[in-house]
Design a binder for this molecule. Structure first.
Ligand code: AMO
Length: 439
């Protein structure tokens, strides 16, 4: 007999079927044994009666999280509508045969069936291979998968070509100190801090490219929004007239991605009590305006002409109150705090760049890039970089590239914020932080 998936059971009342899955819970009621079985499509109640002696004896040995195969009769459950809270709540399986496929060797460190799973972050992550089995935690990664899938779909629909770029590089892409240096045979190498140079090379060829790929950042601190390896959703587009077009494209992307999550993940969102409203036009304001608002409305003065994490949280609060938006673009960051490749504004103190903030944190950075070779070399020197170290990158500009711009979007932060997760690490399957290299 072929295996049936649990989601199909409501249509199979009266038939004998075979199921395979995990035992979520075994409950004994008098002489009856009840088992909740789950597979990738859902969960169903099974009942094992003493008359089916072999199955009954096997069921008596079964514990939570055993992996089993059963054959049995699909029956409409007594009690009707009150059981219909889940798609398979209206049916149950009267088990005739039960076979243990795999059983755990040891006790579980946590209760997988616990609906809330309010564990300490460290416990949650130390036991990741098993905590991921919990329904509520699994839901995070269904939503995550929907998000990256939607991103790719949208980008392709907008004629961006998907590229994959190397993560082992001979120089640090984004500069600064937060790069990992590695030994690469007999030379030093760096783990990519972003696909920046390669996506620009892609834009010079395909006009529009996007990448979904690993990014490595040696940030030596613990925060709720940093991990040392994350997945970037990057894009780069050529023949732009201004960086406003890049923001327009990113705005459309977010509208689509958030819309798809709302449409395709209602059950997962419900586990977190989250209702998503459509993303409307995203307000845009200059960073300097945001700093003025923080000063006037919150008495918060920033030392530099930059915004810190608290400032981002407060400006999002202000935008939500005054413009009813969870998103805001902050634009025109000062030249000295943006990478050398950023296009200067007509007032060269500032750049044609933006950050996109969502529910209190920055989720994306982007802008227009310098496309003129000589201007780029001059900008490198101003940023105390040696153009000779970037010879291959500079080739892109030596041979000519159209005006272009793009963004880097942090995938995990989006899911963290949508679900209101305390730490970004909860939105990473197997996160890497300063202390954590396992599991
Ligand atoms: P930036 O350095 O701002 O820009 O990174 C882009 C986005 O990546 C996410 N992010 C992180 N997420 C988790 N953990 C981290 N340690 C971390 N660091 C960054 C954030 C951030 O907004 N090349 C430019 C992008 C561009 O201009 O196209 C860049 O990398 O969501």
């Amino acid at each position: 007999m072929e295996r049936t998936l649990i989601e199909k059971t409501p249509g199979l009342v009266g038939q004998i079927i075979k199921l395979r899955g995990w035992v979520s819970i075994r409950r004994d009621h008098g002489k009856l044994i009840f088992i909740d079985l789950r597979d990738r499509t859902g969960k169903i109640q099974m009942v094992i009666i003493p008359d089916k002696e072999e199955a009954y004896n096997a069921a008596k040995e079964v514990r939570n999280e055993y992996i089993i195969e059963v054959e049995g009769l699909v029956k409409a459950r007594p009690g009707g509508a009150k059981n219909e809270k889940t798609p398979t709540g209206g049916v149950e399986i009267e088990v005739e045969k039960l076979l243990v496929i795999t059983k755990p060797e040891v006790e579980f460190p946590v209760n997988i069936a616990d609906e809330e799973m309010n564990l300490q972050l460290e416990t949650l992550l130390d036991n990741r291979t098993v905590t991921l089995r919990n329904e509520k935690i699994k839901a995070i990664f269904k939503i995550y998968a929907e998000m990256v899938g939607a991103y790719a779909r949208f980008m392709k629909g907008e004629s961006f070509v998907e590229i994959k770029t190397p993560k082992i590089l001979n120089s640090a892409t984004e500069g600064g100190a937060n790069f990992f240096k590695i030994k690469y045979f007999d030379q030093d190498a760096y783990l990519a801090q972003s696909p920046q140079f390669y996506k620009q090379a892609g834009a010079a060829v395909f006009e529009r490219v996007f990448e979904i790929g690993s990014v490595f950042r040696a940030e030596p601190h613990y925060t709720t929004r940093h991990v040392n390896e994350y997945i970037g959703l990057d894009a780069e587009m050529a023949f732009i007239d201004s960086f406003e077009e890049v923001m327009d494209e990113l705005e459309k992307t977010m509208q689509y991605v958030i819309g798809e999550i709302a449409k395709n993940c209602p059950a997962e969102l419900a586990l977190y009590g989250v209702e998503i409203s459509p993303v409307e036009k995203i307000p845009r304001m200059k960073l300097t305006e945001a700093l003025e608002i923080l000063d006037k409305e919150y008495g918060k003065k920033m030392e530099d002409v930059d915004i810190d994490a608290e400032g981002e949280r407060l400006i999002c609060e202000w935008v939500k109150k005054n413009h009813n938006s969870d998103f805001v673009f902050l634009t025109h960051y000062p030249t000295n705090i943006r990478p050398f490749y950023s296009m200067p504004s007509p007032d060269p103190q500032y750049t044609e760049t933006f950050d996109l903030l969502f529910m209190g944190v920055e989720i994306a950075s982007g802008g227009q890039r310098i496309h003129d070779y000589n201007q780029l070399v001059a900008s490198m020197k101003k940023h105390h970089l040696n153009p000779e170290d970037f010879a291959h990158y500079l080739d892109i500009f030596k041979y000519g590239i159209p005006p272009h711009g793009g963004w880097g979007l942090g995938s995990e932060r989006i899911v963290q914020k949508i679900l209101g997760l305390g730490s970004i690490k909860e939105a990473v399957l197997f996160p890497r932080d300063v202390k954590r290299l396992t599991p």
